[in-house]
Design a protein around this ligand. Structure first.
Ligand code: SAH
Ligand code: SF4
Ligand code: F3S
Length: 451
């Protein structure tokens, strides 16, 4: 028996279980599915909770400071569980661990963490476990790489939705953002690979595929993103396709036309604006102005009626004045986003913005975020109320967490809809008449079952 076979036999004999705790964005959620796939290949089975697990993994995020603090707090609390279980392995991986300083600090603070690795070497996890078990290093940091490692197994979440990573990394270096430093340069999967994966998922019964990338519309896998979407629509039977995240500077007319032409592409674009002030946008290195963003959003709405546009906004960027913040508020009022993720600027060491003078006072940042959140909440609710009385198609994803007699799913515009129904509806497209539009959810009644 080789080392790997021995490990597999041990895992199987002892019935060892794993539990993954994931922070951060869709990309991390996707990669946690890959980690789960790797572990299940070794023989681990999913645990119900961390208390029940023999291998606990934290897949971390470092995009804002509070994400990092949360990780430190939660990893610390694992110590007790580790002491109770001889077989317990603890691993910390992901974006935060790709920063050498943070990885070293974690390693020193928590000697009970056994394995630490970054974003470039997830596929090497089986080797890391073996090496750790034979007394090897705890810290596995792989240098940035242009290689793609997509050939890892994946344990997908239950339900009709699947995510497909089409590109990795980011070249944009927005001045506030750590992502390009922890995810490396942009590299795209070949169109053939993506087509094969989407066809396979369709054949397995998945009804909606989300194409993922930090900057998905700068995809270049031999063909551009618009053409990739067109090929997926033309050559596969996947009923619904979404994608995230789009950068405004790369959102071409060609892409808008492809979305307009194919109804299976969801009527939703997540288009982070970050600020409504051209002066701040320049300092953020976003490569578009307020006017260009407004013109783009209006063009999209004109060409694709009914499309939902959502966004990300940062308040309190260094040097942001009352006038700049007022520009953000006025842009939000003018464009009336369907919803927005709003963030208080968080200085990230190593980024350009962290070195800028005039960091905005914390009290002022808090005041601004509260004003922005109140405004956007009101708009989101008003937008959701526009659905009242209308019938809309929903892909049912699962049983509602709040009400076991109800199911929930999303519209093509990415609105969450909740209505009375049973598990037999999961994975089906149904028409739902909306009776109530609230801030985060639409409520309705089933009209008829579709395809
Ligand atoms: N690649 C995507 C998402 C990146 S991270 C994009 O470009 O849109 C998601 C969001 O986090 C960003 O859109 C931004 O609004 C926010 N963000 C990134 N760095 C931040 C920081 N240092 N402080 C506060 N918010 C930040
Ligand atoms: Fe960060 Fe900007 Fe890249 Fe998005 S586009 S990941 S905000 S650097
Ligand atoms: Fe966070 Fe990494 Fe995503 S820093 S937002 S998990 S790419």
């Amino acid at each position: 028996m080789n080392e790997m076979e021995k490990l597999k036999a041990e895992v199987k004999k002892k019935g060892l279980k794993y539990h993954i705790i994931t922070y951060g964005c869709q990309m991390n959620a996707h990669e946690s599915e890959k980690i789960a796939g790797i572990l299940e290949n070794i023989g681990y089975t999913p645990a119900n909770s961390k208390e029940d697990a023999d291998f606990i993994l934290f897949n971390t995020c470092c995009v804002r400071e509070n994400a990092e603090q949360k990780t430190f707090g939660n990893v610390g609390r694992i110590k007790k569980l580790k002491q109770l279980n001889q077989d317990m392995l603890v691993a910390v991986c992901g974006c935060m661990m790709q920063q050498e300083k943070a990885a070293k600090k974690l390693m020193e603070t928590f000697p009970f963490v056994d394995i630490i690795f970054g974003t470039h070497n997830l596929h090497e996890l089986p080797g890391m476990i073996l090496s750790y078990k034979s007394g090897g290093e705890r810290f596995y940091s792989a240098p940035e790489t242009q290689e793609l490692h997509d050939d890892v197994p994946q344990k997908r979440a239950e339900g009709p939705l699947a995510s497909v990573n089409i590109m990795y990394g980011c070249n944009n270096f927005c001045s506030y953002c750590i992502v390009p430093y922890v995810r490396g340069r942009e590299r795209s999967r070949s169109a053939e690979d993506v087509m094969r994966e989407v066809s396979g998922l369709t054949a397995q019964g998945y009804r909606e595929v989300m194409l993922l990338g930090q900057n998905v519309n700068s995809y270049d896998g031999g063909i551009n993103f618009a053409r990739l979407l067109k090929r997926i629509c033309g050559e596969t039977d996947i009923p619904r396709i979404r994608f995230m995240t789009s950068h405004p500077k790369d959102l071409s007319d060609e892409l808008i036309e492809v979305i307009a032409a194919y109804p299976q592409i969801c009527r939703h674009i997540h288009l982070p604006v970050q600020s409504g002030s051209s002066r701040v946008l320049r300092k953020m290195n976003r490569k578009y102005t307020r006017e260009a963003y407004i013109a783009l959003a209006e063009k999209i709405r004109e060409r694709i009626p009914g499309i939902a546009i959502t966004t990300d906004i940062i308040v309190g960027f260094p040097g942001e004045t009352d006038v700049d913040f007022g520009d953000t508020l006025s842009l939000v009022k003018r464009l009336r986003f369907d919803s927005a993720f709003t963030f208080v600027y968080s200085p990230r060491s190593g980024t350009q913005a962290a070195e800028m003078p005039d960091q905005v006072d914390e009290a002022l940042r808090t005041e601004r975020i509260m004003e922005l959140v109140a405004l956007q909440n009101k708009i989101t609710e008003e937008r959701n109320r526009e659905y009242e009385g209308k019938t809309t198609q929903v892909l049912v994803e699962g049983i509602s967490t709040r009400n076991p007699g109800h199911v929930c799913g999303r519209t093509s515009t990415s609105k969450m809809v909740n209505f009375e129904g049973g598990a037999d509806l999961i994975g089906h497209f149904v028409d739902v008449k909306i009776t109530r539009g609230k801030k985060t959810t639409l409520f309705g009644t089933l009209v008829e079952e579709g395809m």
